[in-house]
Design a protein around this ligand. Sequence first.
Ligand code: T3D
Length: 264
Amino acid sequence: MSEPLVLVADAGPVRTLTLNRPAALNSFTGALHAELRAALDDAAATASVRALILTGAGRGFCAGQDLNDPGMAAGADGKVDIGAVIEANYKPLALKVRAMPVPVIAAVNGVAAGAGANLALGCDIVIAARSASFIQAFSKIGLVPDCGGTWLLPRLLGRARALGLALTGDKLPADEAWRMGLIWQCVEDSALADASMALAQRLAAMPVKALAATRQAFDAAALMGMDDALALEARVQRELGHQTDFAEGVAAFQQKRAPQFKDR
Ligand code: T3D
């Protein structure tokens, strides 16, 4: 039997999904997309999973689209329908990560290029190994940033830096990505697994329903004026205020004990 393209491992409430095509730097084939979508769906549907880590096997995180995938082959008219690949694979992937009911950490173990970079940057928290790098490789093959890149990059970096990275396709080392505010943390290579797991365990013990709602409110508010964002905050707080986690958080504070959060 062939190896799974996505390795799944649980450590208590934390599930780790490892992209597993190391010989091709975990670049995306149609089959890898399908396995990753299924793994994300399963994590979302499994009540015991309260935080997710996404990482890569071997020396790369993900080199974006596998440029040798037969799915890239030209049709009868001699042209490749990349739009169809985006609609079928990258758009659902980017949206799925953003809609996960639990926090998602990208543990970027090596190079993250093209859609691989934007997959990582679309996660809630990005921790990168010092030897990792981010490359908006699209311009070098005549494409625009995808997998959410056009939306994410200007928001994360501002127009000047976003366009600089996207137009040049230059490699951005992890420590520079951290200095620019593109990622949460850059750690020594040997510390990546432990640092990501420690953070994931910490988040898993928090009110994860509120954490996921925070991401969703940020995303929604990015498209709103302040009045509408304030109304959104009221709506979301009303809903969270009815959850048992809120009652538990307040009770634990008043009783000077550690809270036990359960909602998801
Ligand atoms: O359908 C569509 O196209 C739409 C979707 C687009 C989304 C995208 O992601 S477009 C961008 C696609 N990705 C790239 O253009 C990146 C291509 N890769 C690279 O530029 C370099 O590999 C890296 C900068 C990422 C890493 O360089 P390096 O020197 O560390 O490694 P390497 O030797 O280039 O790669 C190692 C192996 O992985 C090598 O295979 P080999 O020669 O040992 O058998 C290489 O061919 C393979 N590999 C790396 N990236 C890809 C890949 N194979 C297929 N597709 C790749 N994207």
